[in-house]
Design a protein around this ligand. Structure first.
Ligand SMILES: Nc1ncnc2c1ncn2[C@@H]1O[C@H](COP(=O)(O)OP(=O)(O)OP(=O)(O)O)[C@@H](O)[C@H]1O
Length: 460
């Protein structure tokens, strides 16, 4: 997005910049940011709007990253390439290129992360999706039954990055609050990678008693455990040829961190009581809802392990910052639970508005549980009667009377009326956005844009 936002029907330069899955700054000779995109905002951890008002030196002062290669390029008038580590834990190999005028003075500086090192070359490839994989991807969002919901720009960019790096074996570290969909994303990467036929093994590091870690992860030979006469393979060995998903990695005890590091460095594991090393080749995806880098600084997490597992960081924003995904998840969960329980639950307008304004601290998981309860108990909200009268013109008059104080501008009323109609058609289509778009003769993106507009009007 640029500071001046031009809009037209065609795909504009702004659209291209916004969708770019790489960081981008264009600054003036003083370091004021003129152009940037959501991806950059995501990696730094500030709102795009704020970023477009900032100077790169302010970002360094505020501690978002330790040094500015843009300023270096301005001062040296030379191209500068360096690895930049943001406070969010992203390792970005960036290049700042100064553009000089005929007198040799800096006019603009373009700083981008398009030049990736080997481990970042994931942006260049795409894995073809077979029919069977598609079927499995549909099941990847366990329980939703409708595949992964990715309507927000942030989620779309995450999916894009996952698609592009899926064929590489680089280690991935997924950050996000509990319930944001870290496991969903890990499963998505698994199913799109060349290891999709292999197992997907989850180790919840917070759920294993410290005394059992070694046995669970590495397995053990006969007789090591009392009463155990068989060899037992550990989870790492079982994950061979597939994906090892280390959930809640921040809870791994320090002693185990050292042992895991050895496995990751040597690609081999030794069972407890064993004398041979067994080769293992699995893709390691880790997840955490903690600030791992600050744990490193406090000595609670090994720095060498941190760098080992954090080759490709993915940050999933909380659901409250992804309103478009919230709308998508609501329809997807309702459709899925209606199907699962043979119900015909219809979402009332009041309930829908209530859901849009909830903070959902438990993210998609809390939303999913809440909707399951609604569907199972068929709680239809206190305004079901009003809902049923929507076709009645009296009901429209009643609606206008009740809301004219807050929807006085014609455009606000239109936004709410359009939004309500879309919600109705979506319900008729059991939450299927593509079908609803067909019925309404609009593009699917229009539906979500209009719902967002309604939401904005109702919020004010
Ligand atoms: N984008 C999404 N599309 C569809 N379903 C989703 C999405 N994100 C999350 N879910 C659903 O929300 C629930 C929680 O997701 P998941 O278990 O992946 O979260 P998590 O971040 O790994 O949680 P935790 O940190 O507690 O392990 C699951 O039922 C999942 O199917």
């Amino acid at each position: 997005m640029t500071r001046k936002n031009k809009k037209s029907g065609k795909r504009t330069m702004n659209d291209i910049i916004e969708e770019l899955p790489s960081t981008l700054f264009v600054t003036d000779p003083h370091g004021n940011i003129l152009i940037s995109n959501e991806f950059t905002a995501l990696t730094i951890g500030v709102q795009l709007e704020e970023l477009l008002k900032a100077n790169v030196q302010d970002l360094v002062k505020a501690g978002y990253y330790p040094h500015s290669i843009t300023m270096e390029a301005i001062q040296s008038k030379q191209k500068v390439s360096k690895n930049v580590v943001t406070s969010r834990g992203f390792h970005i190999f960036s290049t700042a290129i100064p553009i000089l005028d005929k007198d040799g003075e800096v006019q603009l500086v373009v700083t981008t992360s398009n030049e990736f090192k080997q481990e970042h070359a994931y942006y260049e490839a795409n894995v073809p999706v077979t029919q069977q994989m598609n079927k499995q991807l549909g099941e990847a969002a366990a329980g939703s039954g409708k595949g992964i919901v990715a309507e927000s720009l942030a989620m779309k960019q995450i999916i894009k990055v996952c698609n592009q790096m899926a064929s590489y074996d680089s280690k991935v570290l997924i950050y996000g609050e509990s319930g944001t969909g870290k496991e969903v994303i890990a499963k998505y990467i698994h199913l799109k990678s060349d290891k999709w036929k292999g197992p997907f093994i989850v180790i919840n590091c917070a759920a294993i008693a410290p005394s059992l870690f070694e046995y669970e992860l590495f397995g053990y030979e006969k007789g090591v455990m009392e009463g155990q006469s068989e060899v037992k393979k550990g989870m790492i060995e079982i994950a061979n040829g597939g994906v090892l998903f280390l959930d809640e990695i921040a809870d791994l005890p320090l002693e185990m961190q050292a042992k895991l590091l050895r496995v990751l460095e040597n690609n081999e594991v030794r069972r407890v009581g064993g004398i041979v090393n067994i080769p293992v080749h699995c893709r390691v995806i880790s997840a955490t809802n903690r600030d791992l880098w600050s744990m490193v600084k406090k000595g609670l997490f090994r720095e060498d392990l941190y760098y080992r597992i954090n080759v490709i960081p993915i940050h999933i924003p909380p659901l409250r910052n992804r309103k478009l995904d919230l709308v998508g998840l609501i329809s997807s969960f309702i459709a899925s639970f209606n199907q699962m329980y043979g119900k015909k639950y219809v979402l009332g307008a009041e309930e829908f508005e209530k859901m849009l304004s909830q903070p959902w601290h438990g993210n998609a998981r809390e939303l999913r549980n809440y909707i399951e309860r609604l569907v199972v108990t068929e709680y239809t909200g206190i305004n079901q009667e009003e809902e049923d009268q929507v076709a009645d013109w009296f009901a429209i008059d009643h609606f206008i009377d009740k809301n004219k104080h807050r929807l006085s501008a014609l455009k606000d009323f239109t936004a709410v009326a359009e939004g309500r109609y879309i919600v109705k058609v979506l319900k008729d289509c059991y939450g299927n956005g593509t079908e609803a778009a067909k019925k309404l003769s609009v593009d699917r993106s229009v539906i979500y844009r209009k719902l967002k507009k309604m939401e904005e009007v109702l919020r004010n």
